[in-house]
Design a binder for this molecule. Structure first.
Ligand SMILES: [Zn+2]
Length: 481
């Protein structure tokens, strides 16, 4: 006998400060067999299981999702789920920090709709990014939960496999796990809670120890997503297990340990205002100095169209540098129209978010990359010795190949500017050194100065002086048996 397990989900992260709504075309969508053929889901192919692929949609983090785009994906997902019935289980591969215009707790909406369709007896497992925001409504629908334990995220696949393996264990053994949830009134940016730095590292190192306790299957600490001004935004502990009291105790221990460390979280790299960081970069004798433009990081929900750093470099008459990259579809089109080698006056940046600063300069088109779609077009331009990569769509430049594809060797550049928070696993090892500039943008690191009208207060560090004792509750599904 093989188990019929349906698989799908929606995966993105949305800053409610961004005015740039995500639309349908911003998502990479796998439907049906495309999902099974994706390397991302290759662990689904195993004997004894019939994986039933639904729909999986994923977008680079950004602003809220348009209502129409969300409703379109949800309707298609539910239609495919209904067609897949009867099933033995459902696995959802989520991020957890999605925001839909006009809606709170979008994952709660998605997961509740799935639960309503599959009925109360069907096990549902979800995997999450540790930057997701969990709610009681979400937990109440789930039997199994697992989240990343690394940031930068180098355990994406392992996490998905943890959730999947727990679902199979449940089906094979007949054990009935449940989920326990302990909210923590603490919201910090990922840049101050990298698992490569203390005290976060030590807290996450303990999680596998909890997994080995009797009756505990999977212990999780969720950092949450601070740039979502909505009621559910908090950190939390979420524990999957079969021993309810043990799961409650472990969730409370994890929650208390995070709370007690609250004043100790720091930025990992040398961090400061942009001008101060450029002073440090100017004195550096090593290369590449990698400067993270943190307020405009697209992988954290930033718009990616700001020219703050470009303007600062032009103003300083900077020498050799590479900026990877600035999203500006109009400037890219102008470069393609002018052709490689042409000189033109360009306005760069500020094309997506009217609040984003732009730069004006005479630029020479160095390289044009047509990609396979118009949205993938890139243009490399030179403004004096400053090389700027322009992208037609919002995207990060966090991999070595993003640069080498365009003929740029990131290791050879004296100053490499990327729109990033903590550096990616590929850029981090070559940074010599890494500097992080506290630049403006919709994911500004100045948390305490951020508008907070809808987060349920008190939350540290918006409010500093209050007491908290962890209190974990089992999901509604696990409360009444
Ligand atoms: Zn994340």
């Amino acid at each position: 006998m093989s188990f019929r397990i349906a698989v799908g989900g929606i995966h993105t992260e949305c800053s409610t400060s961004s005015p740039v709504l995500m639309k349908t075309e911003d998502f990479r969508v796998w439907r049906g067999d495309e999902l099974l053929q994706a390397d991302y889901f290759s662990f689904l192919n195993q004997s004894g299981v019939e994986a039933l692929p639904l729909l999986h949609a994923r977008a680079v983090p950004g602003g809220p999702i348009s209502w129409a785009a969300y409703e379109g994906f949800k309707a298609e997902f539910l239609e495919r789920l209904e067609e897949s019935l009867p099933i033995d289980g459902l696995y959802l591969a989520m991020h957890g920090a999605m925001n839909v215009e006009g809606m709170d707790d979008a994952e709660g909406d998605w997961i509740s709709a799935a639960r309503a369709l599959v009925g109360p007896d069907c096990p549902i497992a979800a995997s999450y990014d540790l930057h997701g925001n969990v709610s009681k409504r979400i937990v109440d629908q789930l039997d199994i939960f697992a989240a990343y334990r690394t940031a930068p995220h180098i355990d994406v696949r392992e996490t998905m496999v943890r959730a999947w393996a727990m679902l199979l264990r449940m089906l094979e053994t007949g054990e009935r796990p449940g989920v326990v949830f302990a909210p923590i009134p603490l919201l910090l940016p990922g840049e101050r809670t990298s698992t490569e730095d203390e005290p976060t590292k030590g807290l996450y190192d303990l999680l596998p120890t909890y997994d080995r306790e009797p009756g505990i299957w999977d212990a999780n600490l969720m950092i949450g997503y601070v740039w979502a001004d909505e009621p559910r935004a908090t950190a939390c502990a979420v524990v999957t297990g079969t021993d309810r009291l043990a799961a409650i105790r472990v969730a409370q221990e994890i929650a208390d340990s995070y709370w007690h460390a609250r004043s100790e979280f720091r930025f990992g790299p040398v961090t400061g205002p942009l001008e101060e960081m450029l002073d440090v970069a100017a004195r550096a004798t090593t290369r590449p100095v990698i400067l993270a433009d943190s307020g405009d990081n697209p992988t954290g929900g930033g718009v990616g169209d700001r020219a703050d750093v470009l303007n600062a470099l032009i103003a300083r008459g900077w020498g050799e540098a590479v900026i990877g990259g600035i999203t500006d579809p109009v400037a890219v089109e102008q470069c393609f129209a002018a052709g490689a080698g042409a000189e033109l006056s360009l306005r760069i940046g500020g094309g997506l978010d009217p609040a984003s600063p732009f730069a004006e300069a005479t630029a020479k088109v160095v390289t044009l990359d047509a990609g396979s779609l118009p949205a993938e077009r890139q243009a490399v331009v030179a403004i004096g010795d400053i090389i700027v990569i322009l992208a037609a769509r919002r995207r990060p430049y966090h991999n070595i190949s993003d640069f080498t594809r365009l003929g740029i060797d990131p290791q050879a550049v004296p100053l490499l500017v990327v729109k990033s928070g903590y550096l990616s696993p590929e850029l981090s090892p070559i940074a010599n050194p890494n500097l992080m500039a506290l630049t403006d943008g919709v994911i500004n690191q100045d948390i305490e100065a951020m508008k907070s009208t809808r987060r349920v207060q008190p939350i540290y560090p918006f409010v500093k002086d209050f007491s908290y004792t962890a209190s974990a509750r089992p999901s509604a599904r696990w409360s009444d048996d």
